[in-house]
Structures are given as C-alpha cells and as structure tokens.
Design a protein around this ligand. Structure first.
Ligand code: HEC
Ligand code: HEC
Length: 225
C-alpha cells in the first residue's frame, strides 16, 4: 500500500517536472547523449563525421562494431592518436562505451533532402539539413565494384552494405575514410578480419578497391533490406 502511494507520488513529481506530456527519455539514452558531447567536437553533433572524412561518420553504425572499436582504441590495438585522451580507462569505462555506442547506433541520418512544412521554423530546418548524409559519388567502375563487392565482401558487410552483427556498415561512410582504412589494412597496421594480412583485400588490385568504393557510394540510398 505504502509503496503504491510512494510510486504515485513519484510519478506525480516526474509529471510536474516535465514540460509536456511526452515520456522522459530512458536514462541510458541521456547518458549516451551526454557522453557524445565530447565526441561531437570531432564527429559532429549527430555523429555525422566531419572534415570530409578525417573524422568518420559514427551515427547509424552497428552498435556491436562501435563497442569493439572503442575497446580496441582503449587497448591501443587500433591506433588512433586523436582519440587517446577520450578512450582511457577512467575516461571511458565499459558502461560508457555501451551507452554511447547504443546512442550513436540509433541515430538515423537521412540520405535525402527533407521537405519542409510552412510551419517549420529556421532552427528545425537547419537541424534537419545538418543531419542529411550524402557521400559524394566516388570515381570508378561501378559494375566491376559491384561484382567484386557482392562476391567478396557481402558475406560479412551484407548485400546492401549495411553490415550485420559486428561487421561494420560501409555505405554512407566517407570515401576518404574508407580508403584510409583499406590502406592501413593492406599495410598490416589494422587487422581486417581473422585472416590478417592474407585476407580478401590483399587479393585485389588497387583499381578494384577504388571500384568497390565507387559502388558503395552508388548504393547509399538503397532501402533497408
Ligand atoms: C579529437 C577528435 C576526436 C574525438 C574527440 C573523438 N574521436 Fe572518434 N575518431 C577520431 C578520428 C580521427 C577517427 C578515425 C581514426 C582513423 O582514421 O582510423 C575516429 C574514429 C572513431 C571510431 C571508428 C569508426 C569506424 O568506422 O571504425 C569510433 C567508433 C569513434 N571514433 C567513436 C568516438 C566516440 C564514441 C567518441 C567520444 C567518446 C570519439 N570518437 C571522440 C577523432 C575523434
Ligand atoms: C570475413 C568477413 C569479412 C569480409 C569477407 C570482408 N570484411 Fe571488411 N571488415 C570485417 C571486419 C570484422 C571488420 C572490422 C575489423 C576491425 O575490427 O578492425 C571490417 C572492416 C572493414 C572496413 C573498415 C570500416 C570502418 O568503418 O572502419 C572496410 C573499409 C572494409 N572492411 C572493407 C571490406 C571490403 C572492401 C571487403 C571485400 C573486398 C571486405 N571488407 C570483406 C570483415 C570482413
């Protein structure tokens, strides 16, 4: 009886504290959002990345992959000097990695320009425009890129390029960034998959990789499968 009363009082207090009737965001979500405050300086407020790919897009990326990478930065297995101060044990404990990764993974960035209603104010318009993520088309032979991608990459990164499980999404990512990663895989600076430096990327010509990158920019608008 007493606990029911306490509960009612609690709900009432929450109700008073809220401006509208909308539900409060789950605690984990606002924690992720708070942590993202420091990430936003480089990766953008919505995780859209910046400087044409010097800072990769992290929004909408697979949560399991984001967690893996943050742990790998923290353990210095994947070298990322700009991010060292943000991934040290005290700065980014496991529960923060969980929260910020889930928060980022849930952000959807549209690939089409929004249509506005007359009633939308300037701020709403600006925010919606900033979220739009359209990677410029990369040069290359799209047909050749498609053939190689579907044969050699789709088994892990999915046919539509959205990734699955801990395999990252590759579409909607800056070409400059992806190229930097394939280069560092080829040099053995970053391990690609369990096959290490004898993996699929090492069997390809430089032009084939460029063609895959071109193909990926051509399917960024694909519907979710
Ligand atoms: C000082 C700038 C800076 C800050 C702040 C920063 N990052 Fe990064 N981050 C980078 C750079 C640069 C890279 C790309 C490294 C590379 O080229 O391999 C990166 C890469 C990443 C990646 C890998 C993306 C991928 O596709 O593999 C993730 C995930 C990431 N950052 C998450 C975060 C999170 C979460 C935070 C906040 C806790 C954060 N970053 C703060 C600069 C920053
Ligand atoms: C056997 C599974 C597998 C296959 C096949 C595969 N990948 Fe990957 N790929 C991975 C894994 C796992 C990662 C993440 C590696 C890590 O933890 O650093 C990755 C990461 C990447 C990244 C970096 C993404 C980022 O955000 O930093 C690129 C680029 C990439 N793969 C390209 C390719 C291309 C191109 C092909 C086909 C030629 C391919 N991969 C085939 C498993 C695979």
């Amino acid at each position: 009886m007493r606990s029911l009363l306490a509960q009612t009082l609690f709900l009432l207090l929450i109700g008073l504290g809220m401006s509208g009737l909308s539900a409060a965001p789950p605690a984990e979500d606002s924690k992720g959002k708070d942590i993202n405050g420091v990430c936003a300086a480089c990766h953008g407020e919505f995780g859209q990345g910046g400087k044409r790919g010097e800072y990769p897009r992290v929004a909408g990326q697979r949560a399991a992959y984001l967690k893996d990478q943050l742990k790998s930065f923290r353990a210095r297995k994947r070298i990322n000097i700009p991010m060292y101060p943000y991934t040290q044990e005290r700065e980014l404990p496991d529960e923060d990695i969980e929260a910020v990764s889930d928060y980022l993974a849930a952000i959807e960035l549209p690939t089409k320009w929004p249509e506005f209603k007359d009633s939308d104010d300037a701020l709403t318009r600006l925010e919606a425009m900033e979220k739009v993520m359209i990677v410029p088309r990369a040069e290359g032979d799209i047909e050749n890129g498609k053939a190689i991608y579907q044969k050699g990459c789709a088994s892990c990164h999915a046919r539509d390029g959205r990734g699955r499980g801990k395999f990252p999404m590759l579409i909607g990512q800056y070409t400059l960034y992806l190229k930097k990663q394939t280069d560092s895989y080829l040099k053995g600076e970053r391990p690609h998959d369990e096959e290490g430096v004898t993996g699929i990327l090492n069997t390809l010509k430089e032009k084939d990789i460029q063609d895959i990158l071109a193909y990926l920019t051509s399917i960024q608008n694909s519907e979710k499968q």
